[in-house]
Design a protein around this ligand. Structure first.
Ligand code: HEC
Ligand code: HEC
Ligand code: HEC
Ligand code: HEC
Ligand code: HEC
Ligand code: HEC
Ligand code: HEC
Ligand code: HEC
Ligand code: HEC
Ligand code: HEC
Length: 437
């Protein structure tokens, strides 16, 4: 009995409390409805007065935005009531942050489009830091979309329009203080992106609809941190959305197949092309240009720890550098073969694969391409390309080179002797001329 009494009392108290708070809520919203924008702009619309406290709001900006239909208090829900003349603000000093999903959720009564990716945001690197850790630096809805200037993404003036996205992200990601404070893995992605083939396509050529922007590679509301499983910018398929041919060729290669099998040592697009400063292959600075591609392959193929796992010899690069092909490159003969002239680049396959450019039966075609060795003879085809210095099986190329080196030496010697003789001759002639009256 006694227990029932207490329960009943709690129940009554609960009902009273609920109805009281309901009434308060009603009173609150009724007050808010009364507060038109003028009630706020009286203080916030006056630039000179508001500037001092950094709270000037340009009503024209709001009127030009997607939210022109809204009143200030629809978003700033803790501002309410009539303003007390021109003195006391009708709101607490510190206000709650605007809750976008208060309207942008399924079945809302405000007519706001449903924001479906909320869960994506909640589990993104930004959402986790903001919602779970209360981090103030990290991107919230209004950091990317704006405050009073929110426009539809398709609107060129929107901060989330494709042409403006790199700058929107750069506001934080090119800020070194923020990068260091949060230990962010890319230091100046925007500066590098600006100089890339994609950045130039966007900023110089105005190809906003097709040039890759930050969100094409990283995602929008679901951006994940470095090291996350199946990280979007790390997936070849992400680049493949726009570069389908290259993606298909890569997927068939030894590298593509190894990646699919979970071999993380195998290169993805970004390992060969770079992350943000991706350049066209003919740009000398490109990681895949004629002059840099050897080093790019060497990054892995010279790494003993990495290569021994796959039983691949690491002498491929050194033997190439010392070969006729490699030396030609060093002294600037541009037409000489690099790794990719023989192996291909997206479709690289091992030598025992009949589809491979270095499969024995295909060598004739491979060596003959680009008029390198038109109608390659048996000798060229028999010669080993990656010949180790210690290897006794010296290929014919090396023999030819030895002969060539000796010949050059002999010619040089001959040249020196003739030069000296000629010099002496000329000197005599000159002095005789001078002495002639
Ligand atoms: C009497 C002048 C006055 C009026 C009217 C007024 N405000 Fe303010 N408001 C201020 C001042 C002053 C601040 C600066 C913060 C502070 O020091 O209280 C401010 C700050 C704010 C802030 C920023 C709060 C923060 O946490 O940084 C918001 C948002 C805001 N006002 C919204 C409104 C809205 C919405 C209305 C209309 C319902 C309104 N204000 C009406 C004077 C006013
Ligand atoms: C679509 C929602 C929305 C509407 C409508 C809106 N605001 Fe804001 N306002 C924001 C957001 C978002 C911020 C950023 C701070 C935050 O997240 O709470 C903000 C910030 C402010 C600030 C703080 C200064 C600043 O720039 O950060 C003031 C003052 C302010 N609003 C006043 C107003 C006034 C006055 C109106 C009506 C004329 C208004 N707001 C209408 C969303 C809105
Ligand atoms: C009080 C309710 C309300 C709040 C709060 C609100 N919005 Fe909206 N929002 C709307 C309405 C209503 C529309 C549609 C307006 C129209 O179609 O004319 C809209 C439209 C939009 C659009 C255009 C979407 C589209 O597909 O056309 C974006 C983007 C947007 N809001 C973002 C935000 C962000 C970001 C915030 C938080 C800073 C926010 N909204 C806060 C009501 C709200
Ligand atoms: C890191 C930046 C970023 C953050 C944070 C962010 N958004 Fe977005 N949002 C974008 C971009 C960029 C687009 C355009 C996507 C596209 O083109 O597909 C977009 C699209 C939208 C759209 C569709 C609008 C349209 O016009 O098509 C809505 C609605 C939206 N966001 C709401 C939100 C809300 C609500 C939040 C907070 C929970 C939020 N966004 C957080 C960058 C962001
Ligand atoms: C308001 C500032 C701000 C904006 C705008 C912003 N970010 Fe971030 N971002 C951060 C912060 C801060 C972190 C670090 C979060 C943490 O500590 O976990 C971060 C983390 C990241 C990470 C993970 C970094 C790592 O080292 O793992 C990526 C990727 C990222 N942001 C991409 C973007 C992209 C793309 C955009 C634009 C669409 C964007 N961000 C917009 C502040 C911002
Ligand atoms: C062409 C695709 C592409 C574009 C465009 C791009 N990124 Fe990246 N980004 C990458 C790749 C690839 C990585 C390395 C991912 C990894 O960790 O494997 C990366 C890494 C990052 C990181 C470090 C986190 C990490 O996962 O290592 C940040 C922060 C970042 N990018 C921000 C940006 C910003 C901001 C922009 C726009 C200015 C941008 N990115 C544009 C592909 C891109
Ligand atoms: C949203 C589409 C898109 C995505 C995603 C994309 N790219 Fe591109 N990429 C382009 C466009 C468009 C061009 C051509 C720009 C031009 O020629 O002006 C280009 C050019 C290139 C070029 C130079 C090609 C040439 O012939 O000059 C390379 C290399 C490249 N991208 C690599 C990548 C890599 C690697 C990734 C993934 C990390 C990637 N792209 C992601 C659209 C994209
Ligand atoms: C093993 C290194 C490597 C990998 C992995 C790689 N590429 Fe390439 N890529 C190259 C080289 C080398 C070239 C330049 C060849 C040349 O023209 O000299 C190139 C050229 C390109 C071009 C310019 C067009 C062309 O075919 O010449 C595009 C676009 C491109 N790659 C995109 C991609 C994409 C997308 C991926 C991932 C699916 C990828 N690459 C993976 C090495 C690589
Ligand atoms: C990020 C590291 C990495 C880069 C960069 C790289 N590779 Fe590889 N490569 C590998 C790995 C790992 C394998 C072994 C995959 C397997 O066996 O599953 C491999 C396999 C190969 C094979 C087959 C070897 C065999 O014996 O089966 C050839 C040929 C090859 N790579 C050539 C190249 C060329 C040419 C380049 C430059 C255009 C290059 N690789 C760039 C990591 C790399
Ligand atoms: C002139 C053509 C040519 C050049 C240049 C060349 N290779 Fe090779 N590579 C071959 C041939 C042919 C084979 C197979 C026979 C052999 O091992 O000599 C081969 C074998 C390989 C193998 C072992 C593949 C297998 O399945 O056995 C790797 C790995 C390799 N090369 C990497 C490279 C790298 C990295 C470079 C650039 C530093 C390079 N190659 C430059 C023609 C070339």
């Amino acid at each position: 009995m006694k227990q029932m009494n207490t329960k009943a009392r709690f129940l009554i108290a609960g009902i009273i409390a609920l109805s009281l708070s309901g009434m308060m809520l009603f009173a609150g919203s009724a007050g808010a409805e009364e507060a038109g924008n003028d009630a706020c702009l009286i203080c916030h619309g006056n630039e000179a007065k508001a500037r001092k406290k950094m709270v000037y709001v340009n009503a024209a900006v709001l009127a030009g935005s997607m939210h022109a239909v809204l009143k200030c208090v629809d978003c700033h829900t803790d501002a309410k009531g009539e303003p007390i003349a021109d003195k006391e603000p009708p709101h607490p000093e510190a206000m709650k942050r605007v809750n976008c999903t208060g309207c942008h959720h399924k079945g809302n009564s405000e007519g706001a489009p449903d924001f479906t990716p909320m869960q994506e945001y909640q589990t993104s690197v930004h959402g986790k830091a903001s919602l779970d850790k209360g981090d103030q630096d990290v991107a919230t809805c209004s950091d990317c979309h704006g405050k009073h200037n929110i426009r539809r993404t398709a609107d060129p003036e929107s901060t989330t329009h494709r042409a403006n996205i790199p700058r929107t992200c750069a506001a934080c990601h090119d800020n070194m203080q923020m990068v260091l404070k949060h230990n962010i893995h890319a230091e100046q992605p925007y500066r590098e992106y600006e100089q890339s083939v994609h950045g130039k396509a966007l900023f110089r050529d105005g190809l906003a609809t097709i040039a890759a922007v930050c969100t094409d590679c990283h995602g929008v509301h679901d951006i994940q941190p470095n090291g996350a499983v199946d990280l979007k910018p790390h997936q070849p398929a992400t680049c493949g959305k726009c570069h389908l041919q290259e993606y298909l060729a890569y997927s068939r290669s030894i590298h593509g197949n190894a990646f699919k099998m979970g071999i993380t040592d195998s290169p993805v697009c970004a390992d060969c092309h770079g992350e943000h400063k991706i350049e066209a292959p003919w740009e000398p600075e490109s990681r895949v240009s004629l002059f840099n591609v050897t080093e790019t392959c060497a990054g892995c193929h010279d790494d003993v720890a990495k290569m021994s796992k796959y039983n691949i010899l690491t002498n491929k690069v050194s033997t190439f550098t010392k070969s006729d092909h490699g030396m030609g490159k060093d002294i600037g003969i541009v037409s000489v073969a690099t790794c990719v002239s023989c192996h291909g680049y997206h479709d690289i396959l091992p030598s025992d694969d009949p589809e491979s450019s270095i499969y024995r039966a295909n060598l004739k075609k491979t060596c003959g391409t680009q008029n390198c060795h038109p109608n390659p003879t048996g000798e060229i085809l028999q010669s080993k390309i990656h010949v180790d210095k210690m290897n006794r099986d010296i290929g014919s190329l090396r023999r030819i080179r030895t002969v060539a080196l000796w010949s050059v030496g002999a010619l040089l010697g001959l040249g020196l002797v003739t030069g000296a003789l000629a010099y002496a001759g000329v000197f005599k002639q000159d002095s005789s001329r001078v002495s002639t009256p």
